[in-house]
Design a protein around this ligand. Structure first.
Ligand code: NA7
Length: 548
């Protein structure tokens, strides 16, 4: 097939390629990137492992899965028509509706015609001589493309616990990411859930409603905060529809793309009464306000952070009747907001129910999984169903699942062996013509994700316009630019308390060998600063990148 790019001033011979650009993934990022590139008249193909669109919202079908972002800040902002036509039903919309939305988008813009479903990319290799990527699917099919854009998400490589006997269990079991499409009934069942991260917290509240008996296996308690979800009224719907411009402007100006942005005061600058009153207000309000809209030093100063941790600990003790159980649920090894804050509705009250038991794995660790259930150091727990809410090989895991080989055949695994290095979290030196939407070191990895995705995608679309106009065929960042950006990312992370805490934010995963040392994966400098930097690079004719 012919390369449909521009005249290719620097192109010596007419190379036949299958595509101008291949996108991996048809989630929130991949869908919008496909839309933008197709608009430019490029020949684009998207390979998607699932049988439908949606990415995160396609895979995570477990009961309770929903946005922690206000729904009306999560949708795409690029099409007025889309915003006019779509009605969010709840302030924090649930997975079935979110998947329906992304399907609506795919249909509205006829995106499916460029997407190949059930198409898992297993390897990609850059060919220096011909300046293209070869993309190989699980079924052996092979395609060539000038550019390769990954839209594989930061939480797309689920990890099972490294506990012996996982495959011995005779009952029903799933990782939350691979929740089946058919409805699962917990009525009267004995259910065990391993994990108490954001996923587990959403799920546990649902399972506890009907399960005969639910046992939660907790290794590390997290600081959870009330979501305060409710339906959107007709009146509010009208208001939302007329306010999109202001909503998105507010998100754009905020640190992490939310409606919530930090309070300009410092925690210890105000009186105790004023501080308590502020925390009470935040605790009563919906969404991430208590995390993202708190005192400005909350996430960087330990003394400030202690004040909110003590406040939330008090709430946990108030809500959980048995003081011994409450004590197990209060985190002791990290401060509030230094790990991802799970959002909840009656989560703590679940532990007041007769059908729910909390097992503290710090006291009685799991020894193995058997045919019948989970054995801890002091008890055998028998189950009909075990749910693994054990998290992900976060941020870089999606890349490790694909054998990615850049210039000279160097693997990405080898390139990142001593730590992740990127330019803008969008490009990697030695991997020409490959771009990583929401990649490591990209502000989108710590953001109300669609807001930052749109920035990533628009920036890519501008670059691709340039490619088309000038007939470019090789783009790569320089080692110096990569080093400078990586240094900046590390500096930004250092000041944050989360960088001193073990969690997926810092690449810790007890289920993967060798992943017990913290690393810098996220960009903590804030979305506005990140956007400015990307804009500066583009305005300076893509300074830091070599364009051929
Ligand atoms: P998380 O936040 O990584 O949580 C995983 C949970 O599973 C966490 O409580 C872990 O305990 C626990 N876990 C993992 N492995 C084990 C083993 N082997 N034994 C016992 N317990 C284990 O993943 P989530 O899916 O909840 O959330 C990921 C993101 O998705 C979330 O932040 C949102 O942005 C959406 P640990 O804390 O490691 O002691």
């Amino acid at each position: 097939m012919n390369l449909s790019m521009g005249p290719g001033k620097k192109e010596k011979k007419n190379i036949h390629l299958d595509y101008d650009t291949v996108i991996i993934g048809a989630g929130v990022a991949g869908l919008y990137q496909l839309y933008r590139l197709r608009e430019l008249g490029l020949k684009v193909r998207t390979f998607e492992a699932g049988s439908g669109v949606g990415g995160t919202w396609y895979w995570n079908r477990y009961p309770g899965a929903r946005f922690d972002s206000e729904s009306w800040t999560y949708g795409y902002s690029f099409s007025q028509e889309l915003m006019d036509e779509w009605d969010w039903k709840e302030n924090f919309s649930a997975q079935p509706e979110n998947e329906r939305y992304l399907n609506f988008v795919a249909d509205k813009f006829n995106l499916r015609e460029n997407i190949q479903f059930n198409a898992t990319v297993v390897s990609t290799q850059y060919h220096d001589d011909r300046r293209y990527w070869e993309i190989i699917l699980e079924n052996g099919d092979c395609y060539t493309s000038r550019f390769l854009i990954t839209a594989i998400g930061i939480l797309s490589a689920p990890t099972m616990p490294n506990i012996s006997g996982v495959s011995d269990f005779k009952g029903v079991s799933f990782h939350t990411y691979y929740w089946p499409k058919e409805e699962i009934d917990f009525e009267g069942k004995r259910v065990g859930v391993i994990g108490t991260g954001a996923t587990a917290v959403q799920l546990i509240q649902e399972v506890a409603k009907t399960a005969g008996h639910l046992t939660v296996f907790q290794r590390t308690p997290n600081w959870c905060a009330p979501l305060h979800n409710r339906p959107i009224t007709a009146e509010e719907q009208k208001e939302i529809k007329t306010s999109y411009e202001e909503i998105f402007a507010k998100c754009r100006a905020s640190y992490a793309g939310f409606m919530h942005d930090s309070d300009r005061r410092r925690a210890l600058q105000v009186s105790d009464e004023e501080r308590q009153a502020f925390y009470e207000k935040l605790y009563r309000e919906p969404g991430f306000g208590i995390w993202m809209g708190n005192f400005r030093d909350m996430l960087v100063d330990e003394r400030a952070n202690t004040t909110i941790s003590e406040f939330v600990a008090g709430k946990i003790r108030e809500r959980v009747k048995d003081p011994a159980i409450a004590a197990k649920l209060v985190p002791t090894n990290h401060g509030f907001g230094t790990r991802r804050v799970p959002m909840e509705t009656h989560y703590y009250e679940v532990y007041n129910q007769d059908n729910v038991q909390l097992v503290d794995l710090r006291e009685t660790p799991i020894s193995r999984i058997t045919e019948a259930g989970i054995e801890t150091s002091d008890e055998m727990h028998e189950f009909d169903m075990i749910v693994y809410a054990t998290g992900f090989d976060a941020v870089t895991g999606g890349y490790s699942q694909i054998d990615i080989r850049g210039s000279g055949g160097r693997t990405l695994t080898d390139k990142w062996a001593d730590g992740v290095r990127t330019f803008l979290g969008l490009q990697i030196e030695g991997f020409p013509n490959m771009f990583t939407l929401v990649g490591p070191h990209n502000a989108a990895s710590f953001c109300n994700i669609p807001r930052c995705i749109e920035q990533n995608v628009d920036w890519m679309a501008d670059l691709m316009t340039r490619v088309k106009v000038d007939g470019l065929n090789r783009i790569e960042s320089t080692a110096e630019a990569e080093e400078e950006w990586t240094g900046h990312v590390h500096l930004m992370a250092q000041r944050m308390l989360f960088s001193k805490t073990n969690s997926w934010f810092t690449g810790i995963n007890s289920n993967i060998e060798g992943r017990d040392q913290r690393s810098v994966l996220l960009y903590a400098g804030g979305a506005p600063g990140y956007r400015d930097k990307c804009d500066e690079v583009a305005a300076a004719d893509y300074a830091g990148m070599i364009l051929h």
